[in-house]
Design a protein around this ligand. Structure first.
Ligand code: UDP
Length: 292
């Protein structure tokens, strides 16, 4: 297995447990540049996914999505292999159709602060289909909805890690806006099972297919659950709502359940407990290191 990463947002400690494995190799590389890889299939997951991360260098984000897809599609075409694309619920933008089926074309601002990610991922889907139709490349496109779990960075900036770290450290919990906006949170293990099932599906099944947990929560409900599960004394405070923040998001997963027999199995409370445990250990470890 070849792991390609430029480690802009990924942490190398997340793959430490794989380093002793002789069939696992890591290459530091930026996929906006061409690459050769002697592999039998490709999973393209490259791109920062947290809004503050992908907005920090929007041009690089767009290049990662578009040039990265192009470079990997060239590898897939040259080798005649199957390629997976991590697309996103962000292709639906601030949706007018709820929940979102794959047939909905979305409501995306083409020049807002989120566009580098939303439009970059939309363009990548287009490239995938063009390579499929023009060159017969076997493609598998998953539209991923909000995912969380162990191995996220404490300073990732997304809502689940922010709330857990704030709760564990007794800091204020920062709800952006009034907290009535919704998201549907999928535990990482469920998502990965979806990837694997998609990859072994019939060659005629290209997707795009929604992969996400269809149980929807308001951001205020998420804050309350995190406070409850951590037993934290943190207060909830309200901050400005970011520009173009989608009001609501919930996947329609009927296609995934019909074509892949997939549905998430980990309820939010169970996944949050595991994620809280992970951050609790990580923060204790990091504060020990600082004290040394
Ligand atoms: N959010 C929040 N507090 C935070 C971080 C995020 O209230 O500390 C909100 C954010 O405005 C959005 C939702 O939580 O409405 C999910 O944000 P996230 O950045 O996790 O992912 P998004 O779905 O927006 O890409």
């Amino acid at each position: 297995m070849l792991c390609v990463d430029n480690f802009v947002t990924g942490r190398s400690r997340n793959i430490d447990h794989l380093r002793g494995n002789h069939s696992f190799k890591v290459v530091r590389h930026d996929i906006t540049l061409p690459l050769t890889a002697e592999v039998d299939e490709i999973y393209n997951l490259a791109c920062p996914a947290s809004p503050p991360d992908y907005q920090a260098d929007p041009v690089q984000t767009m290049k990662t999505n578009v040039l990265g897809a192009l470079n990997l599609l060239e590898v897939a075409k040259g080798r005649g292999i199957k390629i997976f694309q991590a697309s996103t619920s962000e292709v639906y933008g601030d949706p007018h159709v709820h929940p979102q089926p794959e047939s909905y074309w979305g409501n995306v601002n083409p020049f807002g602060p989120r566009s580098c990610y939303d439009e970059g991922k939309r363009c990548a889907e287009t490239l995938f289909f063009d390579f499929h139709h023009k060159h017969g490349v076997e493609i598998k496109i998953a539209r991923i909805f909000n995912t969380y779990g162990p191995r996220m960075r404490p300073d990732d900036g997304r809502v689940v890690s922010n709330f857990i770290v704030q709760a564990l450290e007794g800091e204020d919990i920062t709800i952006y806006g009034d907290g009535s906006q919704t998201r549907s949170f999928c535990f990482v293990d469920d998502l990965i099972n979806g990837f694997l099932q998609l990859m072994v599906s019939a060659p005629s099944f290209t997707g795009p297919v929604n992969l996400g947990n269809p149980v929807e929560f308001t951001i205020r409900e998420l804050a309350e659950q995190v406070i409850d599960l951590t037993g934290s004394s943190s207060r909830i405070v309200h901050c400005a709502l970011p520009v173009d923040d989608p009001r609501q998001r919930r996947p329609d997963i009927s296609l995934a359940s019909r074509e892949l027999g997939w549905r998430p199995t980990v309820p939010l409370s169970v996944g949050l407990k595991q994620t809280i445990q992970y951050f609790d250990r990580l923060l204790a470890l990091e504060s020990c290191k600082l004290a040394e």
